[in-house]
Design a protein around this ligand. Sequence first.
Ligand code: PLP
Length: 476
Amino acid sequence: MIHDQARYTREDEAVHEPLLSEKTEESVDASDASPLPDDLTRDSLTLPAPSEPEVARHYTRLSQMNWAIDSGPYPLGSCTMKYNPKFTEDVAADPNAAVHPDRSERSVQGSLELQYRLQEFLGDIGGMDAVTLQPPAGAAGELTGILVAKAYHEHHGNDRSEVVIPASAHGTNFATAATAGYDVVELPSGEDGRVDVEALEAAVGDDTAALMLTNPNTVGLFERDITEIADIVHDAGGLLYYDGANLNALLGRGRPGDMGFDVMHYNVHKTFATPHGGGGPGAGPVGVVDELAEFLPTPRVRKTEGDGGYERFEPDNTIGKVHGFAGNWLVLIKAYAYIARLGDEGLADAAAKAVLNANYLAERIDLDVPYGPFHHEFAATAGDRDAADVAKRMLDFGVHPPTTKWPEMVPEAMLTEPTEIEGKSSLDDLAEAFNLAYADTDEALSTSPNRTAAGRIDQVAAARSPRLSWQALDEE
Ligand SMILES: *Cc1c(COP(=O)(O)O)cnc(C)c1O
């Protein structure tokens, strides 16, 4: 991709021959005995050998061609894009953090203590009794949580085959239930955008293993009937799963455990300011109520009796491992550092500002927002304009656009979540970008973006035939 992004051609190569280095040619003997198919092997490999300034410029240029939370507002609804404070990088870079996970318990007491404390922090924040740090992403946390729920049902001899999921839920919820071997029962939204309690009563029964829900839901609406919903599911013998993607709206103010949820995941890269994307690594810890703790992945960390130390242990009926060792350790350190720095007050303040910012922004934009009152995010509608076109035009005004065309209950949805990190002037810029794009000509919308490093891409080709590795020019 190097040549493409940088408009790098063979002619350039001739002109900008690296000054400080030579190209290296490595010959690999692809012997006939190779069990690999011919098209997967090669006889020689030419690797670029650029000088340090070339490398620095290359990566700096690439970083400037992309949009980042460090460059400006990134109000990507549902996926909470928060600024990651740089001090968390310093904490994770502490040489004492880089311990080999196979070292003896006695020699890694500090790491174990941090894992233990993070388990406790997350348990307190979610209102859960026990936490595993192992899953490497929100989606992996979902699968872990549903497998724990399944193990619970099997342990108690409950034969249940269905997981109920609202139509507005994130795609990973459906994928999780199916991957865990359940049939998915889709629940249509009520007229007010929330769970329709009557429809839920009709959908839940002896076959229900769990209801998966996020609260506030994916249009930012608080499920006001949550205790009644919990009763309906529990009375039918099912479990209530909390998708933690929207926890930013509740931090320090409401706890899924207190609402009746039995199992949840935490998206630390959304709520606790650890890095998103780039293929990871991420982390998606899972919390459960007491009844489910014995099924959590192994190992967990607890205090040793008597001596004030910490030890790993295997829950009695563990589902096994979902990741090596303790999960993505350095990401977890960052989440710990963030929570410890903010404290109870800081977290509650973050949630309040996130809600305030979303409501301020919704007031300032000319687009209609069909449902309310909402919390930390809202789904505006682009009406008779194409939401994706409006979004692409917004890029020309120096902001990242919101999530588009989802959830489907809002036509031409623009799911917007500014988070607590934006100040008033940046929210005003965002509102102006919305309004300018929304009012622009059809011509401008259909050809945008025009001011970004890359123009409109063929999204289908980008998804279907991605180029995921470096390729030498002559291999194309
Ligand atoms: C982001 C998200 C997920 C999946 O989490 P990942 O960490 O991206 O795997 C699940 N549900 C909702 C509502 C989300 O926004």
